[in-house]
Design a protein around this ligand. Structure first.
Ligand SMILES: N[C@@H](CCC(=O)N[C@@H](CS)C(=O)NCC(=O)O)C(=O)O
Length: 246
């Protein structure tokens, strides 16, 4: 039995977690939550994440404590929290707990989560904030802010002259940033940001190009019906009709 269960919908924030699990080379079971049928609002799913949002990751701790079957599973939601949990357990995903880079990890993980991802959500779901009133205007305003965040991230990478977000090397943060950039160029339908508005951030673009070559990233994308290129001129997930993910 796998240690983890990942609840997912193709190309939702679970993609970041799936990439991290693939990078860490750990077994997990993937369970589809069909957003087209509103399954993220089912009572069963709300028991896992009362917000009704993906991703959810369950760490089956009972299976890893075979002498003590009473250990409760850990249920995780919020992408940044899941990334941090996985980084702590799987050193391949980021600097170790005593590493000098820990401050950098916290700063930039929460910047990506609380600022970049949070503003992307406003872009995707502008109607939820504005109703019928001026959702387009809100989307335009927040798009400008998001492009500013990308420029700030670009300057950060340039300042340490690396390929990845952290000076210490590849981490789960790169996956998080990569998927946010991917979404920016794809969603919401009819309002993608032009590729050159992302590629003009040359250090961010170099990071995306480097992610493109990682086999674990490709495995995660393939599992969610996303074809290459994943970040450079990306295309939407195209689930095969009637397919159920393994
Ligand atoms: N703050 C949350 C945001 C997650 C989120 O926005 N999930 C989206 C998919 S990418 C979702 O589940 N949307 C379903 C809905 O809004 O009904 C996190 O970081 O996990």
């Amino acid at each position: 039995m796998s240690d983890y269960i990942l609840y997912y919908s193709p190309d939702s924030a679970n993609l970041i977690v799936r990439m991290a699990l693939q990078e860490a080379d750990v077994a997990y079971e993937a369970r589809l939550v069909d957003r087209s049928r509103g399954e993220q609002r089912s009572s069963e799913f709300l028991r896992l994440n009362p917000q009704g949002l993906l991703p959810v990751l369950v760490h089956r701790r009972a299976t890893t404590h075979s002498n003590n079957g009473s250990v409760a599973d850990t249920v995780l939601f919020e992408t940044a929290a899941i990334c941090l949990y996985l980084i702590d357990r799987h050193p391949l995903l980021g600097p170790g707990i005593n590493h000098d880079g820990r401050g950098d990890l916290y700063r930039w993980l929460f910047y990506i989560s609380n600022t970049l991802h949070a503003d992307l959500r406003i872009r995707f779901y502008a109607e939820r904030y504005m109703g019928d009133r001026d959702a387009g205007h809100l989307r335009d305003m927040v798009s400008e802010r998001i492009l500013g965040h990308l420029q700030l991230l670009d300057r950060h990478i340039a300042a340490h002259n690396g390929i990845w977000m952290l000076d210490s090397g590849f981490s789960a943060l790169d996956l998080y940033l990569g998927v946010c950039c991917r979404w920016l160029m794809l969603y919401p339908a009819g309002y993608p940001v032009a590729i050159n508005q992302v590629s003009s951030n040359t250090h961010v673009w170099r990071l995306l190009t480097a992610l493109e070559k990682r086999p674990a990233v490709a495995r995660a994308c393939n599992a969610e019906w996303i074809k290459a290129p994943f970040f450079i001129n990306p295309s939407r997930a195209e689930p095969a009709e009637g397919s159920v993910l393994g």
